[in-house]
Design a protein. Structure first.
Length: 208
């Protein structure tokens, strides 16, 4: 295969892929997701700043959490949260990490626990076929995510890792539809990127 032939085939494939994404409205979904991701950070920071200014001292509260509860307790609670559909926003734990003696080490641990929580959710999803009624109920609850995962595959896993789309739900959906575990482990690594990006903002807000 000549260089020109390879280049032309590559352009053709990219063109077909671009057309597929347009037809499936992926670009619209991506734009909406990016907007929501930015808004989550802005709203979270403004909310905490508003609470601190009008209601309570957030910095003191975070410092109190650091002094009252051991890191092991917070990390365990966070792992449970990240496994069970993300019941508590990770941003709260990132703010807590900013008050620790080693913020970036704690952030790395949080990101790793979130990654592990996603793996546990994947494994739970992959075993739900043993209980048909539960499997059908979960599939109905997260039907939209399953449809998007089947349409966009690995890109949707990446979005679940870095965007406000609940990472645990996307992970659960991956297990349900038997998405490649190796591919899941690879693309879910973008979870670390989300924590780093959010930390650059949140650490600045609560640094003292």
């Amino acid at each position: 295969m000549t260089g020109n032939t390879y280049y032309n085939n590559l352009l053709k494939r990219l063109g077909l892929l671009n057309r597929y994404y347009k037809i499936t409205r992926f670009y619209t979904f991506l734009k909406d997701t990016a907007f929501k991701a930015g808004m989550v950070v802005i709203v979270f920071v403004l909310l905490l700043l508003g609470l601190e200014y009008f209601v309570l001292d957030i910095n003191s509260l975070l410092n109190s959490l650091v002094e009252t509860y051991s890191p092991q307790v917070i990390f365990t609670f966070f792992l449970i949260s990240e496994t069970i559909l993300g019941i508590v926003p990770p941003e709260i734990f990132i703010a807590w990490a900013s008050k620790s003696p080693t913020p970036w080490l704690f952030l790395f641990i949080l990101a790793t626990l979130s990654y592990i929580g996603g793996i546990i959710s994947y494994l739970i999803g992959s075993r739900l076929f043993l209980i048909t009624s539960v499997k059908n109920h979960i599939e109905n609850k997260i039907a939209v995510h399953i449809v998007n995962l089947r349409k966009w595959g690995s890109i949707f896993v990446v979005l679940g890792a870095i965007s406000p789309i609940p990472h645990s739900i996307v992970s659960l959906a991956c297990g349900l539809i038997k998405y490649s575990f190796k591919q899941y482990l690879l693309w879910a690594l973008f979870r670390y990127l989300r924590f780093i990006i959010y930390a650059f903002v949140i650490f600045q807000v609560f640094a003292e």
